[in-house]
Design a protein around this ligand. Structure first.
Ligand SMILES: NC(=O)c1ccc[n+]([C@@H]2O[C@H](COP(=O)([O-])OP(=O)(O)OC[C@H]3O[C@@H](n4cnc5c(N)ncnc54)[C@H](OP(=O)(O)O)[C@@H]3O)[C@@H](O)[C@H]2O)c1
Length: 266
């Protein structure tokens, strides 16, 4: 029997590649978008509506999954967006929005699916976090905070769910060429003291996007995690990231120091 997999945010970037790769690898994929009708004709999997900012949308998603499709084997929490800007300049409302979508939206989808996973006594939850869920850089405070929060939450959940045969894993990509910058939000509020840092950070972000790796790597890693019975919790994706994160851990802040050096040269 084909496994059913739900991929949130399957209209663009990682989600589109993940959903397509899984469908082509023999899984039955259901992808989500806030505007599913826009993409349906262009993708090889079924698209349904999901807005992470709406509880009603999340509830009707889970009703549709279990009434129409009947069973779900794997949930892939991928949808999310990026808020950029100097922390002090970002209005709390925008910071809250970052958490509403990236953290609370993801948790609410997980909670809507979990009773079914517990009842069937199996399931897998794979969440796309970020390298910024493990380290943090200037100009991405709320994004980093939302991704750190996801890391902590799912780390705890992994232990709570192990007795139900439900596996929990994170995917932590570095920097990849998707539409994330085009879909990001920022603030026009400016505090002069930060001008130099803001300029350097924005220049560095352009450089990072330019150097971004091929997002197909992330889809390949997700397929591996899908096909592994007991996947590792942490799954970094990106050139040299595992070494840098290990160094970061043992040599206090190596990765952050490297990035800050590059940023100051920008
Ligand atoms: N690109 C990178 O370098 C990078 C690195 C680390 C982690 N990530 C993470 O990877 C995930 C995917 O990002 P991406 O780079 O592929 O960006 P993307 O190309 O902008 O795709 C974002 C996806 O998320 C969906 N989405 C955004 N806000 C949503 C909301 N409020 N409700 C429901 N769906 C929403 C979008 O769907 P619709 O607009 O169709 O609704 C879209 O399919 C995100 O969680 C991001 O934080 C990206």
């Amino acid at each position: 029997m084909k496994k059913n997999i739900l991929v949130t945010g399957a209209s663009s970037g990682f989600g589109l590649l993940i959903a397509t790769k899984l469908q082509q690898s023999g899984y039955n994929v259901i992808g989500t978008s806030r505007n599913p009708e826009k993409m349906q004709a262009a993708v090889p999997f079924k698209m349904i509506a999901l807005n992470l900012d709406s509880e009603q949308s999340i509830n009707s998603l889970s009703e549709r999954i279990f009434n129409e499709i009947g069973r779900l084997d794997i949930l892939i929490n991928n949808a999310g967006f990026l808020v950029t800007g100097i922390a002090e300049e970002i209005p709390i409302e925008l910071g809250r929005q970052q958490f509403e979508t990236n953290f609370w939206g993801t948790i609410k989808v997980t909670n809507a699916i979990l009773p079914h996973f517990r009842k069937q006594k199996f399931g897998k939850i794979i969440t796309v976090g970020s390298i910024t869920g493990l380290v943090a850089f200037p100009n991405t405070s709320y994004y980093a905070a939302s991704k750190h929060a996801l890391e902590g939450y799912y780390k705890a959940l992994r232990y709570e769910l192990s007795e139900f045969n439900i596996r929990v894993a994170m995917i932590e990509p570095g920097s990849f060429k998707t539409n994330i910058m085009d879909n990001s939000s920022t603030t026009l509020h400016r505090i002069e003291d930060y001008n130099a840092l803001r300029n350097k950070s924005e220049k560095y972000a352009d450089f990072i996007v330019e150097q971004g790796e091929d997002p197909a790597m992330v889809a390949a890693k997700v397929l591996k995690v899908v096909e592994t019975d007991r996947p590792k919790f942490r799954n970094l994706v990106g050139k040299g990231l595992s070494v840098l994160i290990t160094l970061q851990h043992f040599a206090n802040g190596t990765l952050e120091k490297t990035i800050l050096k590059q940023l100051n040269k920008a």
